[in-house]
Design a protein around this ligand. Structure first.
Ligand SMILES: [Zn+2]
Ligand SMILES: [Zn+2]
Length: 245
């Protein structure tokens, strides 16, 4: 990539990041529906997919990156379920050319450490990469707001859920950036929200298993909130509902 190409690419990335970055964290936390980081990820994901199947198609610098990185299964599936068939086909065509070139140049031959680990799956995804990049900035903003604003601490504390993966991410990437005065409080909030979510879902799954008892069968069977408890448990552990696109 020439210097100009490089500079243009970073300009594009910054432009994309700014668009994504304009999601006000406060707004995400005001909604109070499920895990706030899942909601944030969904918005970032939607914007990334919209961008790469739309305006980015005309941007050769972005195409160079998508050719190189490709996509994970999840994001390939999400793009394939959209209407933008021609942009997707064009992008896949040049990505396949890149794969072809690299196979020819033996670039994809697994190295010794991959063979030793027993895992030779090639993992890189342009969308995941962009989401992670933006999410890291969001975690810094969450930490800043929590350290400085009482109203945000209140919003954070009143979140109905935090899923397992995002509990770990909040502890890893936001907690260390919270001011020392509020760090312990932040960790306590994250712990208690994820634990409350887990207990509710676990109780619903338990209730569901009890519905298979013949004593609970019949017209008056009271499933309570347990009918979709398996799906909600899977979402808690993976951030995605089964079949969710
Ligand atoms: Zn989540
Ligand atoms: Zn991905």
């Amino acid at each position: 990539m020439c210097y100009n190409g490089n500079r243009n690419f970073f300009k594009k990335v910054i432009f994309l990041a700014e668009r994504i970055y304009t999601i006000p964290v406060n707004e995400i936390f005001e909604e109070k529906d499920g895990c706030p980081i899942c909601r944030l990820r969904d918005i970032l994901e939607e914007r990334s997919l919209e961008y790469i199947l739309g305006p980015a198609m005309m941007e050769s610098d972005i195409r160079i990156e998508t050719n190189k990185m490709g996509f994970c299964k999840e994001h390939f599936f999400m793009m394939a379920s959209r209407r933008s068939r021609l942009p997707l086909a064009l992008m896949i065509e040049t990505h396949l050319d890149e794969v072809k070139k690299n196979i020819k140049n033996k670039k994809y031959r697994p190295d010794k450490s991959e063979i030793k680990s027993g895992n030779v799956e090639k993992k890189s995804c342009y969308v995941c990469d962009r989401i992670e990049w933006s999410k890291q900035r969001m975690y810094a903003t969450i930490a800043k707001l929590y350290s400085e604003e009482m109203s945000f601490r209140e919003l954070f504390r009143n979140q109905p859920q935090i899923c397992f993966n995002h509990y770990r991410e909040l502890m890893a990437f936001a907690a260390p950036k919270v001011s020392s005065k509020w760090k312990r409080e932040f960790e306590k909030d994250v712990d208690s929200i994820t634990m409350k979510t887990l207990e509710e879902i676990r109780d619903d799954v338990h209730h569901f298993t009890k519905m298979f008892d013949y004593r609970n069968a019949g017209e008056n069977a009271d499933f309570g909130n347990s009918r979709d408890s398996i799906e909600r448990a899977i979402k808690y552990m993976t951030t995605r509902m089964p079949g969710e696109k």
